[in-house]
Design a protein around this ligand. Structure first.
Ligand SMILES: Cc1ncc(C[n+]2csc(CCOP(=O)(O)OP(=O)(O)O)c2C)c(N)n1
Ligand SMILES: [Mg+2]
Length: 364
């Protein structure tokens, strides 16, 4: 008998009932075989990368606890599992290259200089937050460090990203823009309008899809035909698929691509494959996937992998790693205390930051 429609759509895809094997949510390409030295990274880079990723992870784990305690409300989309993408990319790009992303943005903020205090205060809706407490979880930003946020409308920020790329080309300042989006945003018409214009106008922009296997509760396999990366072909754009669970692979490819974009002034379309460990947001019962599937990806956790590499290759001592972990733990707890004691924005703040001001950062 044919399956009922809803049964076919909503059975979790993790465990294939007919052969008992795991269906992969996302297929990861082979990680790079190059050594960190060949990639131009130093021992200190590796330790710093670990520190940054660990901070992103602990910040969000603590934020989740505070949310569950009812300390703040609104949405909370966690980036846990995807930290090698933010970190590897930021190390690969120049500090003044521009970055823009969707709402899963805490990790991006932290790696581009939002302090744990300013990040946590933003979640708590306090005036000391990185967006003055008026944005919350989905609107982290640090424009001084060329991180433009943090947007809630799926696909809404994509033309903003290419607008920044247009401005950079116009000003001939040599900056590259990296515009990150989810696999769910690939099917928004605006991506395709933007890719067309970007290729036509030869803008220095990298569109990066963070394919984490799901758009809310819908797996990529159910919302997408063919390979995501092949969308590039329709626009004659160069493309690449990257293993997003391996920071070295992200760093290697994003660096190569950024340098090529800087040289040729032509956009790229990149798919970085990864996995989202937590639910879409805090109110997601995750009935659409199995525990086994999640565990498969946790086995190749990007932070644990880097930590193991550091220890096995004696990049630094176990003691040093423990000190870093302890330091981060304290830093995040201090950030929570800071956010709890900080002031809410004044009512007048509602009327501020509504329009572009004369001395906007981007005019400089
Ligand atoms: C235009 C629009 N439609 C629908 C939504 C509701 N919505 C929020 S997140 C989301 C799924 C996006 O998934 P993906 O792009 O894969 O990003 P991820 O959550 O995996 O990071 C949807 C449909 C929205 N925010 N904006
Ligand atoms: Mg997704």
């Amino acid at each position: 008998m044919a399956k009922k429609q809803d049964e076919a759509v909503f059975t979790p895809i993790g465990l294939n009932k007919t052969n008992g094997k795991l269906d992969k949510a996302v297929e990861l390409p082979k990680p790079t075989q190059k050594s960190y030295k060949d990639l131009g990274l130093t021992k200190q880079d590796l330790v710093d990368m670990f520190e940054s990723m660990h901070l992103q992870r602990r910040f969000e784990e603590r934020a989740m606890q505070m949310y569950q305690k009812g300390k703040f409300g609104g949405f909370l989309h966690l980036y846990i599992g995807q930290e090698a993408i933010s970190t590897g990319s930021v190390w690969a790009l120049n500090d003044d290259d521009d970055i823009i992303t969707a709402y899963r943005d805490h990790g991006w903020g932290l790696v581009r200089g939002v302090t744990p205090e300013a990040g946590m205060a933003e979640l708590y809706g306090k005036a000391a937050g990185c967006s003055k407490g008026k944005g919350g979880s989905m609107h982290f930003a640090n424009v001084e460090n060329h991180f433009w946020g943090g947007y809630g409308i799926v696909g809404g920020h994509i033309p903003l990203g290419s607008g920044i790329a247009f401005a950079n080309k116009y000003k001939e300042n040599g900056r590259v823009t990296a515009c990150y989006l989810g696999d769910g945003a690939v099917h928004q018409g605006v991506l395709h309008e933007t890719m067309n214009m970007c290729q036509l106008w030869k803008l220095p922009c990298i569109f990066v899809v963070e394919n984490n296997g799901y758009a809310m509760g819908t797996s990529v396999k159910r919302h997408s035909v063919g390979e995501i990366v092949d969308r590039a072909d329709a626009y004659g754009m160069k493309k690449a698929v990257i293993n997003g669970m391996d920071i070295f692979s992200v760093y290697e490819k994003m660096k190569e691509i950024a340098e090529e974009v800087r040289k040729d002034n032509l956009p790229w379309f990149v798919e970085i494959r990864t996995y989202r460990y937590r639910g879409h947001s805090m109110s997601d019962p995750q009935k659409y996937r199995t525990k086994e599937e999640l565990e498969e990806y946790q086995k190749i956790d990007p932070i644990e992998r880097l930590k193991r590499f550091i220890l096995e290759n004696k990049i630094t001592s176990k003691k040093k790693i423990e000190e870093i972990e302890e330091g981060i733990e304290n830093r995040v707890l201090e950030a929570i205390e800071f956010a709890e004691n900080a002031d809410a924005p004044e009512p007048e703040a509602l009327y501020e930051d509504m329009f572009v001001e004369e001395d906007a950062v981007f005019h400089k």
